[in-house]
Design a protein. Structure first.
Length: 86
C-alpha cells in the first residue's frame, strides 16, 4: 500500500486508524484529536513496515488496515501510560 499511495496514503490510513483506535479505547487524552490522529499515523507506519517485513500480509491487503488499527491502539496505550506518569 505504501508504494501504491505513497506517504500521503499512510497519513490517510493512519488518521482513520487513529480514529478507530480512539473509538475502541475511549478516554480523555492529553492533546485531543490531533494527537490521536498523529498517534494513528505512527501506528499505521509502524504496523505497516513490520507487517510487510515479516510477511504477514502484502501491500494493499485488508490486513494492513487491521494492523494499522492495532498499531494505533498499541501506541495510544503506550502514550497514555507515559502521559499519566507526568
Amino acid at each position: 500500500m505504501l508504494s501504491t499511495y505513497g506517504f500521503l496514503g499512510w497519513i490517510v490510513i493512519g488518521a482513520l486508524a487513529g480514529g478507530l483506535a480512539k473509538l475502541i479505547m475511549p478516554g480523555k487524552d492529553p492533546g485531543g484529536c490531533i494527537v490521536t490522529i498523529l498517534l494513528g499515523i505512527a501506528g499505521a507506519l509502524l504496523a505497516g513496515f513490520i507487517g510487510n517485513a515479516l510477511g504477514w500480509y502484502s501491500q494493499g491487503q485488508a490486513g494492513g488496515f487491521i494492523a494499522a488499527v492495532l498499531g494505533a491502539i498499541v501506541i495510544l496505550f503506550i502514550y497514555r501510560l507515559v502521559a499519566r506518569r507526568r
